[in-house]
Write a protein that binds this ligand. Structure first.
Ligand code: SF4
Ligand code: SF4
Length: 386
């Protein structure tokens, strides 16, 4: 695929990011692989498959595309669309077993919240190796003898990714809003679109400047952190206030300051902030909304069960763990960074990890493996009393 085509696909599919776009599953040859070449596996979200292929273009290897119903790796695995069954299915039916003499398959680390290493190995005899979070780090990972550095394990939420997220939110809502207003209220089309594109860009791009104040466990200005659906306790409220200040300034400068203008645009900016605060599957940086009950869960390590094998450390995208290789035990020094993805719990072979709610309820490893998060971040599981 040439560069122009690749860029066009990236732009088009970033605009439509909220829609699952599947591609064909199966095995793809990259370069001139032989019987000892590495085997990578990814999901069948079209944009992901394209990006992984591009990241691998200098490596002679095989790439397996497993069904995830067109969802990306993290959302698919955490939401139950990219499952053990999908990985087992592509390993058994793609013909890869006839192409190589080994049984090592490299999976993207973010799939660890849904794919169980133990289960795959038991059913297929393929050994799962957790690759880096980002496909662009794969060449360095190969050079490093399949060992990940701390940076390769971490979700970075870079400027480019934040811009993609802003576009992902702004585009569909601007289309819907434009279609509605063009018939009944055409004069607001441009300012409304400026608002729908401007606010997400400001919010996502400026994320590093305000992220330190986003601790959902701390009380901030606003309403109760437990009861308000949209968690207006912190940043959304401040950002809405800022948008109102801009609105006032603009209206005064253009001599258009009337109560009608203030009410109309104040209301619209409120709706836009509400939409962005929804945080479908954790995509917004503002803070997880009150829809996400999981955000109050803390990760708990049962030291009696831990054997220090370090699977948790290998799959945690926030580098919460440190494993003492001499004492054979893990610690969780950065537990506050946890984003409740559940990957460490799913992968721990000794069930030494679980979630606990502020009320002391336990979400067992069995529940985390069995029940996946839905689009609004609810894990449909029963909790057990300690
Ligand atoms: S918590 Fe589980 S995965 Fe982590 S080191 Fe201990 S036994 Fe291994
Ligand atoms: S500690 Fe938290 S962020 Fe890290 S893998 Fe476990 S659940 Fe995910």
């Amino acid at each position: 695929m040439n560069l122009v085509n690749y860029i066009a696909v990236n732009i088009f599919e970033t605009l439509l990011r909220v829609i699952p776009i599947p591609c064909k599953t199966g095995v793809i040859k990259i370069g001139k692989p032989n019987r000892t070449s590495p085997v990578f596996l990814t999901c069948n979200y079209h944009l992901t498959a394209k990006r992984v292929k591009r990241a691998l273009h200098r490596i002679d290897c095989y790439l397996l595309i497993a069904n995830s119903n067109g969802h990306n790796v993290w959302c698919g695995a955490t939401g139950g669309h990219f499952t053990n069954h999908d990985v087992i299915s592509v390993l058994k039916t793609s013909g890869i077993e006839k192409l190589v003499d080994h049984k090592n398959v490299i999976l993207p680390q973010l799939a660890a919240s849904g794919i169980e290493t133990k289960h795959i190995e038991k059913k297929t005899r393929w050994k799962v190796i957790w690759g880096p979070v980002y496909a662009e780090d794969i060449p360095a990972f190969i050079e490093n003898n399949l060992k990940k550095t701390i940076e390769m394990r971490e979700v970075r939420f870079s400027l480019v990714q934040r811009i993609e997220m802003a576009i992902m939110w702004a585009f569909p809502f601007s289309i819907i809003a434009s279609l509605i207003t063009i018939c009944f209220w055409p004069e607001v089309l441009l300012p409304l679109n400026a608002l729908l594109w401007g606010l997400p860009f400001i919010i996502f791009v400026s994320f590093p400047f305000y992220s330190r104040w986003l601790d959902p466990k701390k009380k901030g200005i606003g309403f109760s952190k437990y009861t308000v659906i949209f968690d207006f306790g912190r940043m959304p409220l401040i950002l809405w206030g800022l948008s109102l200040v801009c609105l006032f300034g603009f209206s005064i400068m253009t001599n258009a300051l009337t109560w009608e203008v203030i009410f109309r645009w104040g209301f619209m900016s409120f709706i836009v902030i509400l939409i962005i605060s929804l945080d479908l599957m954790g995509s917004t940086p503002i803070s997880k909304s009150g829809l996400h009950e999981d955000r109050f869960l803390k990760i708990v390590l049962d030291e009696r069960k831990c054997k220090g094998a370090g699977f948790c450390e290998q799959v945690c995208p926030k580098n919460c763990y440190e494993v003492d290789k001499i004492r054979h035990i893990a610690t969780v020094p950065r537990a506050d960074e946890c984003v409740q993805c559940g990957a460490c719990i799913v992968q721990c072979p000794f069930d030494a990890l679980y979630f606990q709610s502020p009320e002391g309820e336990i979400l067992s490893p069995e529940s985390v493996r069995k029940y996946k998060l839905n689009l609004i971040g609810k894990r449909l599981a029963k909790v057990e009393r300690e």
